[in-house]
Design a binder for this molecule. Structure first.
Ligand code: SF4
Ligand code: SF4
Length: 149
């Protein structure tokens, strides 16, 4: 009998604690958005790590700052990156397998020219793994074309 009463008191206490937490969050500012009716405020994405992108060169937004040194390729624990050097220092192939990336930033931090950065793409979707293998040189050119339109 005493045990049953004690169990009920503990259950009631647990219920009150749970409801008080619910009430606290019910009236605090919302931290999520009802996508797709609303989207995340771009300013809130400044520290968000989306898939990698190449940083454009200062004098040509369609060219990357990459000098094909392979430092990022060596630093990457997930073997996500493929960089193939062309005739000069500029790469002719720059692919990034986003499915293998843990967003650790080792590549970004190891790059001597600041050629890599995390994008703020939060709404990226794909229907196959292959679509997540990204050609960053091509993406850079597309971004430059959109910016120059
Ligand atoms: S963020 Fe990390 S895992 Fe992803 S590509 Fe860079 S080094 Fe590799
Ligand atoms: S570390 Fe930087 S410069 Fe070197 S290959 Fe990677 S992106 Fe290019």
């Amino acid at each position: 009998m005493i045990r049953a009463v004690w169990d009920n008191i503990k259950g009631l206490y647990s219920l009150i604690v749970g409801l008080s937490i619910t009430a606290r969050f019910l009236f605090s500012p919302q931290k999520t958005v009802h996508y797709p009716r609303k989207v995340v405020d771009p300013e809130s994405l400044s520290s968000f790590r989306g898939p990698l992108e190449l940083t454009p060169a200062a004098d040509n937004s369609a060219q990357s700052r990459c000098i094909s040194c392979q430092a990022c390729v060596r630093a990457c624990p997930g073997h996500c990156l493929t960089v193939v050097k062309g005739q000069g220092k500029a790469p002719i192939v720059w692919t990034y397998n986003f499915t293998l990336c843990c967003l650790c930033a080792a590549c970004v931090e190891s790059c001597p020219t600041g050629a890599l950065r995390f994008s703020h793409k939060v709404y990226m979707v794909a229907s196959s793994r292959q679509e997540m293998v990204l050609d960053l040189l091509s993406d850079l050119e597309k971004n430059a074309a959109v910016a120059n339109d």
